[in-house]
Design a protein around this ligand. Structure first.
Ligand code: ADP
Ligand code: ZN
Ligand code: ZN
Length: 799
């Protein structure tokens, strides 16, 4: 038998199938989706088995050297998906496959086999392996005798042997120490009278019904390790190691929730979704529901329906929405059927969650972008909440969008895909209007609760009236009013486009990074300047490097600065600040939000993080400090982003019994992206924005491709980009527009110069082939590591 293998060498020459001979002992053992080690030139490298065939045209195929997996890490469907993904995003196949497996499997891991059954139950050939130990390394077991692989695999499938991947992680344990009373403790000599603490611990242990983890003994038994050790030494206690999943939520208790009686509007919207489920028909729905219209409840009930059919569900939520509140709603409804996958998990935790999915121990996965690759095999429903979020697009190779992957999988499993949002992306809404997606509108909040009242304050007017502070009179009044009523407020500082840069007031000099063409950001805690692109750091200068003046200050408005201002104007207000600095530590995001939820603060001040997913009944005021900060970013989506953010953050106010109010401060209050927030009028915003898109020839009227070229030498960058543009103009259709070469907005990063060009097209069947040719043409320079050519098929970032 021959195995078709994609080798782990990401380059154009090797981006194809290689045939290898399956050693006779491994016939029937090796399956598609497993990883193997194969000889490749002088080296041995990893590869993915993607198919099995009888014959090959290769004259003397080399045999597979080693087998890395006992069960496939990629399903047949994921293999097909990877191949499709590599065509769509122009990445190498192996990069697509690596993307779909957890990082733990990509790093060096030790694979161990653990005996899970009684030794005599094992096949005779396997018994010697476990004669003296219950755990043996996989390489050791298979290295001794290739023929054992088949027997081992059988035993693994039968559950007699478990496979464990030991991920090297500092300070993380996969096992926990458990303590219990020794069976014969009553026969031991009584404890000496003065050993009071030991007696207390003994009494505590006698009250337990079974083994207790060390952590709980220490906490609940109010004792010390020393005391525990004393009782262990004397033989009163016994300890054991118990394997535990690294469950990031082990400490959280979830209150079970029952499905709510759907409102009439919700019922109307869920009906077509349930039909699609019942008829096993793929359809993509765009659930366009205003904030608080009960979209999440619809997700929950649709998932429930799929689970009752014995199927599985994938739910994507933006990273930021993986807050306790959102997680609570899924865990509360589906309990231990839910796995969570997001970036705050450690490599080991992610691996454990992935393994639960692979072993079918869970039926629902809730996660960020990469959760879309969950290795389920019977998917019944796929949901993308806040579908307009740009975090669903991966900004490095493979540059895929989770929405496209969702639709691929939806097709494969004949199941519905639901895209939900209060402010859909222009692309999705346009598709819904053309009936490519099935539009499901929810125009009111649950039980006709009012949408919050929005007031837009013209900050130019404030300035004219002599108010130089960052708070308008109106916003300050509203804040004071809420403080008096003991209600809560959210303050959004839109930080994108606003940086805390350092400038000389006398000559206008701005401190920039010496490796990148970008201004340095001031970090108060270290009193240092940092480059957010390359990490370069320097001390805050005392005087201007350019003119020597001492009037060098940092500008811009960071959350810290707002916090200080708040302390001046509202000294009695209790403020929780949420930004990158206060949420860096694991779990801090969660802690801050639950403190706010418990009413430990009056004002939640933060960046974009505070705009989504929050559902607190006492929030009655939302303030936006600088609505237009994003509007001037050179990106055709800046108006769309502005509207989405304002609408999203407005939605945090008045979600329950108390009415909500929103105060938006702006220097361009008449801009349509701000104006339409007043009436929460997505429809009108959409229409105006579509006119702009048509005039500027931007998506959804055309598709765009962005090609970014970088090299340490500027002449080389320009030369290559010019050649690419010329080639594209020659090869592509006349109607297609090729723009460039131009310097990228970030013209230099880490001492590499950057140029770009852009393609705008409607119909270009040969496009991918043409782009592949470009990749191949510059392959040698690229492989040497000097030149980089990145191709982004549907770009969201224009840096
Ligand atoms: P969205 O996801 O559209 O922002 P949610 O699902 O969070 O809306 O619903 C808003 C609020 O209304 C939540 O507090 C939710 O518990 C409540 N809710 C949703 N559906 C119902 C219903 N059918 N009956 C009563 N309350 C509901
Ligand atoms: Zn830099
Ligand atoms: Zn100066």
């Amino acid at each position: 038998m021959i195995a078709q293998i994609i080798v782990d060498v990401p380059s154009s020459q090797t981006d194809r199938v290689f045939d290898y001979l399956i050693p006779a002992e491994w016939e029937g053992v090796i399956e598609p989706g497993m990883r193997v080690v194969v000889p490749f030139g002088p080296r041995k490298i990893q590869g993915f088995v993607i198919g099995l065939v009888e014959t090959t045209t290769v004259e003397k195929p080399k045999p597979i050297f080693d087998l890395l997996d006992a069960t496939p890490v990629l399903t047949t469907e994921l293999l097909a998906l990877g191949s499709w993904l590599s065509e769509q995003t122009l990445c190498f196949k192996v990069s697509a496959y690596q993307l779909m497996i957890p990082a733990a499997l990509r790093t060096k891991v030790k694979k161990e086999l653990k005996l899970a059954d009684e030794l005599p139950q094992l096949a005779p050939a396997l018994r010697p392996l476990f004669q003296e130990q219950s755990v043996i390394a996989w390489t050791e077991a298979v290295g001794q005798n290739k023929a054992l692989a088949k027997e081992l695999q059988r035993a693994i499938k039968a559950g007699q042997i478990e496979v464990h991947y030991q991920v090297e992680e500092k300070g993380r344990k996969k096992t926990e120490r458990y303590l219990q009373l020794a069976a014969n403790y009553e026969e031991l000599e009584p404890l000496p009278k003065r050993a009071l603490k030991q007696a207390e611990l003994l009494a505590f242990m006698e009250r337990q019904s079974g083994p207790l983890s060390m952590a709980r003994v220490l906490a609940e038994g109010q004792t010390t390790r020393q005391t525990v050790k004393a009782l262990l030494d004397k033989g009163y206690l016994q300890e054991s190691e118990q394997e535990v999943y690294r469950d990031p939520l082990a400490h959280v208790e979830y209150e079970r929730t029952e499905p709510l009686q759907l409102t009439e509007k919700q019922s109307a919207v869920i009906r077509p979704i349930l039909s699609s489920l019942d008829e096993e028909r793929h359809e993509t729905f765009l659930l366009h529901g205003v904030t608080g219209s009960g979209k999440t409840e619809i997700y929950l009930q649709a998932i429930d329906h799929a689970l009752k059919q014995g199927k599985e569900a994938i739910v994507l939520v933006p990273e930021i929405s993986l807050t306790p509140q959102m997680v609570q709603r899924f865990k509360g409804r589906f309990g231990s059927k839910v796995a969570l996958l997001h970036s705050a998990l450690s490599v080991g935790e992610k691996y454990d969650e992935w393994r639960k999915i692979q072993r079918r121990e869970v039926q629902v996965v809730v996660g960020a972008r990469s959760a879309m690759f969950a290795p389920f095999t019977n998917v019944g429903i796929i949901i993308i909440d806040e579908e307009h979020e740009t975090s669903y697009k991966q900004e490095e190779n493979p540059r895929y969008h989770a929405r496209d992957v969702a639709i691929f999988r939806g097709h494969y499993y004949n199941c519905p895909v639901i895209l939900g949002s209060a402010t859909p992306s222009l692309e999705s809404y346009a598709r819904a209007q053309k009936q490519v997606y099935h539009l499901l509108p929810l125009t009111e909040r649950v039980h006709s609760r009012a949408m919050p009242e929005v007031e837009i304050v013209d900050m130019r007017e404030e300035l004219r009236r002599g108010n130089r502070s960052m708070f308008s009179v109106r916003l300050l009044e509203a804040l004071k009013d809420r403080l008096a009523k003991k209600e809560q407020c959210v303050l959004l500082l839109n930080r994108r486009g606003y940086s805390t840069f350092v400038m000389c007031r006398d000559c206008g000099y701005v401190a920039t990074c010496e490796h990148c063409d970008i201004s340095l950001t001031y970090h108060r805690s270290q009193h240092a300047l940092k480059c957010h692109y390359c990490g370069h750091e320097e001390r805050m200068p005392q005087t201007c490097v350019s003119c020597g003046s001492e009037h060098i200050r940092f500008f811009g408005s960071g959350t810290q600065k707002v916090e200080e201002e708040l302390a001046k104007v509202l000294p009695e207000a209790r403020v929780i600040r949420m930004d990158i600095d206060t949420t860096r530590r694991k779990g801090s995001h969660e802690r801050l939000l639950s403190a706010f939820g418990r009413g430990e603060a009056d004002i939640l001040l933060g960046t974009q993080m505070v705009a989504k997913g929050l559902d607190f009944p006492r929030i009655t005021l939302v303030g936006v400090l600088a609505a237009d900060a994003m509007l001037h970013i050179p990106d055709f989506r800046s108006a769309e982003r502005t509207f989405q953010l304002l609408e999203q953050v407005s939605g945090r106010a008045g979600r329950h019994d108390l009415e909500g109010e929103v105060v938006i401060q702006s220097y361009t209050p008449d801009h349509y992206s701000i104006e339409h927030v007043k009436a929460h009028d997505y429809e009108h915003f959409f229409q105006v924005e579509m006119v702009h898109r048509r005039q500027g020839l931007y998506p959804p009227y055309v598709f765009i491709v962005l090609i970014n070229v970088s090299h340490p030498e500027i002449t080389k960058v320009i030369d290559v980009t010019e050649k690419i543009v010329a080639f594209l103009k020659r090869e592509l259709a006349d109607e297609t527009i090729v723009l460039g070469p131009v310097a990228s907005p970030l013209a230099r990063i880490k001492d590499r110069y950057r140029y770009q060009c852009m393609i705008k097209y409607r119909n270009e069947p040969e496009l991918r082939q043409t782009l592949r040719e470009i990749q191949q043409h510059f392959m040698r320079d690229i492989n040497q590591g000097h030149l980089q050519v990145s191709i982004d098929m549907h770009p969201y970032l224009f840096a």
